[in-house]
Design a protein around this ligand. Structure first.
Ligand code: F6P
Length: 324
């Protein structure tokens, strides 16, 4: 392997830049050429490539988003799109690529590897932390810290007015952001897709908390929760069935994806980038770099995209105990 391409794909996440920097510098250290691909798989199809060296990635470790831009690319889902992408890589003399992204991006890489026997390596970059085989994805730590910071602020106004807040957080089909940020911010209730306890339980819990002397409450709602109601409908439901509360709603949205990465995400990204390049040099392909018990591991991409990471049952229990 002489020339490696690196790109970011799917939803951006804080720490992606640190991962790009790591791949580029590991290539420079190991005397390999490195090419940046802009706009993910779309840029691969369009041949949007640029040779990069160690100095090209100065001053990006601290930045949120991705300097290489990102895209969710429909064309790459088609055999014609992937053929075009392959032709572009061959034309540019690229021997392997490192994709920094989530489930969808890995599924594309896996297919591409099977079709063209092209060496690929994945680095998990998503705020959702939903990729099986790694305890952490790059961006999750920053996102939960952002969410906790915002909930702390909402708590100030909630308690000043004795209000109940429903706060919707991201996470797609999983509740990792909701559960972790909810416990970290001391939420009263956390509604996650993995555990639908029903609306009765929510009302009971809110009643109990009022009775026990709490004047305000924070309920975190994962965007994928299974109550069948969105945060605005939940507000109406509670107002109707439990008119003791003055209820407000806050949808945090894309602010959760932005911001400077935490030190944890920067270190994780730096480690994973080096590992990805080393693995390609060793002739490995079709793996995702993961972290388990503080050690880096290589997980077959097939396995990484086979399911979502299970929710932490122990943390659910802690959350229940904390809301006494
Ligand atoms: O996967 C990251 C994520 O932010 C999810 O939490 C969310 O469901 C989705 O992306 C939003 O996607 P978009 O930015 O395309 O609206």
């Amino acid at each position: 392997i002489k020339k490696i391409a690196v790109f970011t794909s799917g939803g951006d996440s804080p720490g992606m830049n640190a991962a790009i920097r790591s791949v580029v510098r590991a290539c420079a250290f190991m005397k390999l050429e490195c090419v940046a691909i802009y706009r993910g798989y779309q840029g691969m199809i369009d041949g949007d490539f640029k040779p990069v060296n160690a100095r090209s990635v100065n001053n990006i470790i601290n930045k949120g988003g991705t300097v290489l831009k990102s895209a969710r690319c429909e064309e790459f889902r088609t055999p014609e799109g992937r053929k075009k992408a392959h032709e572009q890589l061959v034309k540019a003399g690229i021997d392997a690529f490192v994709v920094i992204g989530g489930n969808g991006s890995f599924a594309g890489a896996q297919l591409f590897n099977e079709e063209f026997d092209f060496p690929v390596m994945g680095i998990p970059g998503t705020i959702d932390n939903d990729i099986i085989g790694t305890s952490y994805t790059i961006g999750f730590d920053t996102a939960i810290n952002t969410v906790v910071e915002v909930i702390d602020k909402i708590r100030d106004t909630a308690s000043s007015h004795n209000r109940l807040f429903f706060i919707e957080v991201m996470g797609r089909d999983v509740g990792h952001i909701a559960l972790n940020a909810g416990v970290g911010a001391g939420a009263e209730e956390i509604l996650i897709p993995e555990q639908n306890l029903g609306l009765e339980r929510l009302l009971d819990s809110l009643k109990r908390s009022k009775k026990s002397g709490k004047s305000s409450s924070i309920v975190i709602v994962a965007e994928g929760d299974k109550t069948g109601k969105n945060v605005f409908e939940l507000k109406e439901y509670v107002e109707e069935h439990l008119p003791i509360y003055d209820v407000r709603v806050s949808v945090l949205g894309h602010m959760q994806r932005g911001g400077n990465p935490t030190c944890f995400d920067r270190v994780l990204a730096s480690r994973m980038g080096v590992k990805a390049v080393e693995a390609l040099i060793e002739g490995k392909s079709n793996y995702m770099v993961g972290i388990r018990d503080t050690k880096l591991v290589l997980v077959p991409i097939k396995e990484a995209i086979s399911a979502h990471t299970a929710i932490d049952e122990e943390l659910i229990r802690v959350s229940d105990i904390m809301t006494i």
